[in-house]
Design a protein around this ligand. Structure first.
Ligand SMILES: Nc1ncnc2c1ncn2[C@@H]1O[C@@H]2COP(=O)(O)O[C@H]3[C@@H](O)[C@H](n4cnc5c(N)ncnc54)O[C@@H]3COP(=O)(O)O[C@H]2[C@H]1O
Ligand SMILES: Nc1ncnc2c1ncn2[C@@H]1O[C@@H]2COP(=O)(O)O[C@H]3[C@@H](O)[C@H](n4cnc5c(N)ncnc54)O[C@@H]3COP(=O)(O)O[C@H]2[C@H]1O
Lengths: 141, 141
């Protein structure tokens, strides 16, 4: 692979597959989502439905924002808030058949992209880290 | 600038200078830090001392982690915890005289780097977004 050809490579081999991606489900509470985020250490994760279709993204940011009261952070409300109410959608996505250069372009403005197929099934994620690693590898040739 | 020369460019022109960087100060409470993070929308920011020297990094992650009690998130403790107790140090840094390719290399494992001089003065940050933008620009030539 020459240093220009890799731009036309399929993103498939660079994807972190869905079973390795921390996520939460629609219907979960914001409290549960905050625990998943804190324990996994990720700042933002996908929200999926029971068919593993992509429904949104949730971050610690969005959760804290939702409970920022006038004089204190209203953590007592967390169990009563659904992740559906705080998540962001649509989600920055990329189709499984796209090429590396499209991934690079979209990752300028997003730390990661959710990879989907024609049925909107969540296949995995493409991250800035993986793309930067590839760029470093090919750029010196 | 040819597509190989840009790797040897100084990082200086790619830095977001310190006055544009959201940060907190040593001695601030974790509650104040959480408010700064939530309001600015950044997941992680530098912690500086009164002489603008770099002392650590603080993220929403680190704060929530510190108050994860056995059966509920202990938000009432936030005003009593100092950012000094939860911040991470040392900080991923890069010297002002380094080149773009060094920045690319370090940003594989860190979303941003703090730029410092010989006196450990905080000069600004170098982010993945800026580096990806440059890579896209030069890689097609
Ligand atoms: N457990 C860990 N081990 C090693 N390094 C870690 C790590 N957690 C975070 N990092 C480092 O910090 C960067 C930012 O992570 P963040 O959680 O804010 O942002 C992450 C997170 O929101 C999401 N992400 C990455 N891997 C994930 C996974 N397995 N499950 C769910 N979300 C993931 O994609 C964003 C960008 O990830 P990226 O790898 O480019 O960049 C990561 C990686 O370089
Ligand atoms: N207000 C905003 N406007 C437009 N896009 C925004 C934004 N806030 C976040 N983003 C986008 O989300 C990415 C991750 O932001 P995060 O806050 O997790 O992670 C950020 C944050 O921890 C830090 N950072 C960036 N700019 C900062 C600033 N002005 N002050 C303090 N920290 C900053 O560097 C990390 C990487 O930033 P990067 O630009 O590569 O990547 C940013 C950017 O692409």
């Amino acid at each position: 692979v020459t240093s220009r050809d890799f731009l036309d490579m399929q993103i498939e081999e660079f994807i972190i597959s869905s079973e390795k991606v921390a996520h939460v489900q629609v219907g979960n509470s914001a409290e549960h989502a905050l625990l998943v985020l804190t324990k996994t250490g990720y700042s933002s994760v996908p929200v999926l439905d029971f068919k593993y279709r992509l429904k949104g993204l949730v971050s610690t940011q969005m959760i804290t924002d939702a409970i920022l009261g006038l004089d204190h952070i209203e953590y007592e409300r967390l169990p009563d808030i659904k992740v559906d109410d705080v998540m962001q959608s649509p989600v920055p996505t990329i189709h499984i058949n796209e090429k590396f250069k499209k991934g690079l372009d979209l990752l300028i403005n997003h730390p990661f992209l959710c990879v989907v197929d024609d049925e909107e099934t969540f296949i995995g994620i493409l991250t800035r880290r993986v793309v930067l690693k590839q760029l470093k590898k090919h750029i010196y040739q």
